[in-house]
Each structure stands twice: as structure tokens, then as C-alpha cells.
Design a binder for this molecule. Structure first.
Ligand code: PMP
Length: 407
């Protein structure tokens, strides 16, 4: 085969996404992916093509993305350590700052030890791959994040899915699991597209009954649930219910990176066996510095967490009262269910016209009938900002006939 024949073979694949996007995003107004927003510093507003919008689809839950203290910590880390981390951690890439950050993560998550990865995605793929392999069984919730799914597939373990947030179904799946290998159950604490919370005490009881380990991805829980934002164990009363805890440094913590926390022996094992840790460069100093400062702020300013919890409940209530379906959300992540991919795009366009950014999530990420805007409340949104957002969502929902009338 010649190189040009190779390109010809690729053509149908390349065209498929173009055709799909041009069907959904056929006018500039209906383009919603990859838009280059300029985020105003220390504000929930963004600038896009000369206009100003209230951003309601960001992930910076604690509202610290433009915080002067976090920026100063990132700059100080660059001044002290430079821009890169000199390669992989096992060779020249370990900095005192990484160790300080790992100590802080372990303390924040109430565990003996922790380690940080280049991303949350790498943390999941690396951890699952280092814990299970052929002969073992991993049981994952149907809505677990893609990085968990990818880690399972790469691991070579038998992968079984159970119905979303359904401990009884997990129980049956565990009973069916064959062999003497390790059984590992993995769930998200807070589901990223629905904003519902895993029923942790029930899942723990099922795992105990079958001798299975329980791993939890706290990506959307750190800084968001639990009285002081410590995540799902604190949300359910503070008992240690999880064997392996994992999360990102890219959401409530406004940096990039991922982390795993657990017993020292687990972390020692992962340091020598998690491939995305062993074979990929260490977290850059600016990221580690920003993350460390954020954990300090999380300790010192618990009102940020209270604000997120109170205001997301209030926004959800306003939307529900007006007839908007927010699914099973009980956290800062609030879906506005539109009912079809086209409707979700129309709704996002109408929101933008109303001055609010609510980005669409469509199939295959969610079933077409469940296409939605995925919005999130952060500590940077004041109560007034959220009133503006609610008015924008209602106006947009009315404009696309999602709700019959405005309240
Ligand atoms: N886990 C969950 C539940 C996530 O939502 C995400 C990111 N969307 C990740 C892991 C991956 O994190 P990161 O973006 O830091 O790679």
C-alpha cells in the first residue's frame, strides 16, 4: 500500500466526524465545542468574540482558577524550580515540592500516603493497571468515567459493568464473578454528567460481603461534597469506607494533575508499577505549586464549600420549579436535560444569546434522549450571578419550547 492509499483508507473515518459536526453545528451560532474563551481573572465571566458571558459550564468548583494566591504560588514554584520537572519521577524528576504536595494530599484525604500523576486520566489508567491483571475481575458502574474504563481495558482483567448506583446489581455481579483472583469495584463519588452521588455505605457493605476492594474517583467530589469538601467519606459521616481514593488536580484544584491516596504499601507499589507514572514526566512545578496552595485554601476557607452546596441547591430548586428537568443531581453539577442532541444544541445557542454559557453534552457521551447542558456551580458564582444564570436558562428553555411559559 502507498502512503496516499493509506490516507484514502482513513478518509471515511475523518469524514465521519466532519459530517456529524456539520449536521449539529451548521451555523456559527450553533458551534459550542472548542470555543476559545478568555476567562476574566477572579470572575465567573468569560470573553468570547468581543462579548462577555457568564460561564456556567466550568469545573473550577472552588472558584480559585484566577485566585491571586494560587497564581503567586505557581509563579513562586517556577522561580524556585523552573518550568519543567526534569523528566520522570523515578529518575531526575522528583522535586521537594512534589513530596510536599503528596503529604498535603494524604492529609487532606485522611490517608497514610499519596502520590501525584501528570493527570487524573493517568492516575486512573495507572492505578487500575497496577492493581489488577489477567485472572482478576474489575466491576465498574455503568457511568464510570472513561479513564476508569480505559484503565480496565488496558489491565487485561475481566471487566463487568453493573447498573448505575445499584448496589443490589453489584451484589449479583460479584456473586457471578468466577475465579480466585482479586475483585476490585470502582465507582465515581460524584458522576460528572449527572451530579448524583454513589451510595457508598451500601457499596461498602456489598464489597465486604464478597471480599472485594473498593476504589473511588473523587474528581468531582474534592472541594464539593462533605462538610469541609473532603469528598464522599465526609459526605456520609466521616468513616473510612474506601480502600483506594483517587482524584484530579484539574477541577476544584485549578491546575493539572491527578492523585491517589491510600496505605503506604499501596503507594509504594504504585510508584514502581503504575506505568503512566513510571514512564511519563513529573507534574510541572507551577502545577504542583498551585495545587499545594489550593489545598491550604481549602483548609482555611471552608465557607467556599458551604457556598457551593447552598447555591447549587437553590439553583436546582429554581430550575425545577420552572419545569426544568435536572435529573438526579444533588451536587454542584446540574444537568439541564434537553431530550435530544438537536435540542441541547438549540438550548446552548439560546443560552448564549441570553448571555450565559451552558455547554451541551450529546450522544454518545450520554444517550440522545438524555442530551443536556452540563452546568456547574462554583464558589466564584455569587448568589446574584446565579440569579442571572437562572433567568438566562429559563429564557433559553422557553425560547426552545422546553418549558411552556416563564414563571
Ligand atoms: N475522573 C473523572 C470522574 C473525570 O471527570 C475526569 C475529567 N473529566 C477525570 C477522571 C480525568 O481527569 P483529568 O482531566 O485531570 O485528566
Amino acid at each position: 500500500m502507498t502512503v496516499s492509499e493509506g490516507w484514502q483508507r482513513l478518509e471515511p473515518k475523518l469524514n465521519a466526524i466532519r459530517t456529524r459536526l456539520s449536521a449539529l453545528e451548521y451555523e456559527p451560532d450553533r458551534r459550542h465545542s472548542f470555543l476559545p474563551f478568555t476567562h476574566e481573572q477572579d470572575s465567573p465571566y468569560v470573553d468570547f468574540e468581543g462579548s462577555r458571558y457568564l460561564m456556567m459550564s466550568g469545573y473550577s468548583y472552588l472558584g480559585l482558577a484566577g485566585d491571586p494566591r494560587v497564581k503567586a504560588a505557581a509563579k513562586a514554584a517556577v522561580d524556585q524550580y523552573g518550568t519543567g520537572a526534569h523528566g520522570v519521577r523515578a529518575l531526575a524528576g522528583s522535586l521537594p515540592l512534589h513530596e510536599e504536595l503528596e503529604t498535603a494530599v494524604a492529609r487532606t484525604m485522611g490517608r497514610e500516603a499519596a502520590m501525584v500523576f501528570g493527570s487524573g486520566y493517568a492516575a486512573n489508567v495507572g492505578t487500575v493497571g497496577a492493581l489488577v491483571g489477567p485472572g482478576d475481575t474489575v466491576l465498574i458502574d455503568k457511568l464510570d468515567h472513561a479513564s476508569i474504563v480505559d484503565g480496565c481495558q488496558l489491565s487485561g482483567a475481566t471487566v463487568t459493568r453493573f447498573r448505575h448506583n445499584d448496589p443490589e446489581h453489584l451484589d449479583r455481579r460479584l456473586a457471578d464473578a468466577k475465579g480466585t483472583g482479586l475483585k476490585l469495584v470502582i465507582v465515581d463519588s460524584v458522576y460528572s454528567m449527572d451530579g448524583d452521588v454513589a451510595p457508598l455505605p451500601e457499596l461498602r457493605a456489598v464489597c465486604d460481603a464478597h471480599g472485594a476492594l473498593l476504589m473511588v474517583d473523587e474528581a468531582h467530589a474534592l472541594g464539593v461534597i462533605g462538610a469541609t469538601g473532603r469528598g464522599i467519606e465526609e459526605h456520609f459521616g466521616g468513616r473510612a469506607l474506601v480502600d483506594v481514593k483517587l482524584g484530579t488536580l484539574s477541577k476544584a484544584v485549578p491546575a493539572t494533575g491527578g492523585w491517589v491516596a491510600g496505605p503506604q504499601a499501596l503507594i509504594d507499589h504504585l510508584r514502581f508499577n503504575a506505568r503512566p507514572f513510571l514512564f511519563s514526566a513529573a507534574l510541572a512545578p507551577a502545577q504542583a505549586g498551585a495545587a499545594l496552595e489550593t489545598l491550604r485554601i481549602l483548609d482555611a476557607e471552608p465557607h467556599r464549600v458551604t457556598h457551593i452546596q447552598r447555591e447549587s441547591a437553590r439553583l436546582r430548586e429554581t430550575l425545577n420549579k420552572a419545569g426544568i428537568d435536572t435529573g438526579t443531581s444533588e451536587t454542584a453539577v446540574i444537568p439541564i436535560i434537553a431530550g435530544s442532541d438537536e435540542k441541547a444544541y438549540d438550548l446552548a445557542t439560546a443560552c448564549r444569546k441570553a448571555g450565559v454559557i451552558g455547554l451541551p453534552v450529546v450522544s454518545p457521551a450520554v444517550p440522545n434522549t438524555q442530551a443536556r447542558l452540563r452546568i456547574a456551580v462554583t464558589a466564584r458564582h455569587s448568589a446574584q450571578d446565579l440569579d442571572v444564570a437562572a433567568a438566562g436558562f429559563l429564557e433559553a428553555a422557553h425560547a426552545v419550547d422546553l418549558i411552556p411559559s416563564l414563571p
